[in-house]
Design a protein around this ligand. Sequence first.
Ligand SMILES: C[S@@+](CC[C@H](N)C(=O)[O-])C[C@H]1O[C@@H](n2cnc3c(N)ncnc32)[C@H](O)[C@@H]1O
Length: 296
Amino acid sequence: MEHQKHGHSHVDQACQNEFDKDWKLRFEELGKKDVPIYQKASYETKHSFELREKFIRHLIRESLRKKTTAAAARPLVLDVGCNEGYYIQILAENGFEVCGIDYAESLVRAARKKNPDLPFYQADVYALPFKENTFDLIFSFGVIQCVADWQKALTEIYRVLKPRGVAIVETNRSFRHPYLEKLSRNMRNWIRGEIPFKEIVKKTMRLLQGRAKNEPLAAFLSSAGAPTKHSIPAIIRFLEGQEVSDIVIHDPAKYGLFHHLFWGFSFVKIKNEDVPASPSNPTNCLLCFRSGQWKS
Ligand SMILES: C[S@@+](CC[C@H](N)C(=O)[O-])C[C@H]1O[C@@H](n2cnc3c(N)ncnc32)[C@H](O)[C@@H]1O
């Protein structure tokens, strides 16, 4: 499939390169460090990493089997931005055929060392080294937050997804009240004992200074092209421009200021299929994780 150009891809090239380069460097360095897995994935705390793991296990239990076994007895899964291959390991243990890619060489090396029997490749989401229509399921958690051109990344994910394949992509959470949310998260992390008090004071001071200067946190991310709540309509428009159905927006944060679990979207590719495209009707997924339901 040829790479398509989208009218709303107005990311400044220089900024894109800086943004992408900074993140890549950061992950390359993290991969070399002897730090816990959640830090390698650049998550602030162990807790946020564990929530994602829970979410993956929840998806496996509740819906992935049902959704993907129609296509294959052993669905072929790609984890884009697999870090040290932790999700890949869980998926392999649960009967999925797996493959992981990450652009950080140090992380791919570590993933291979930890799981010598599983396939890991060094690759960028902007140019996935696979033929089109290859995977039954694609995960990408914590990745399009780190790329400036999310349209290009999604075009690649879409290209390598099989017809009837499912893609589940995490994006930034919505930051409806960025300062308050960040402050409450810092407090929770302190109460959980994950961040020392001294660090909390420093972080809070930084937040208050930013607040005083009226620096919008969410704007920082969106200015670099990374998707926030502001680009969700653009993401939906983008997906509707592809042949997809079952677009689901996961937005648990919408239902409570202090509820932060998984924020992202999923879709099913339909191409060269005998089934007619159902009208893509974006739906909000109400506390999908908590209620044990993954609505689609
Ligand atoms: C925030 S971490 C998340 C890791 C893992 N998916 C998880 O949820 O625990 C993002 C991962 O994606 C990788 N990554 C970021 N941008 C990428 C890109 N453009 N191409 C490939 N991998 C990328 C990073 O090296 C890192 O391992």
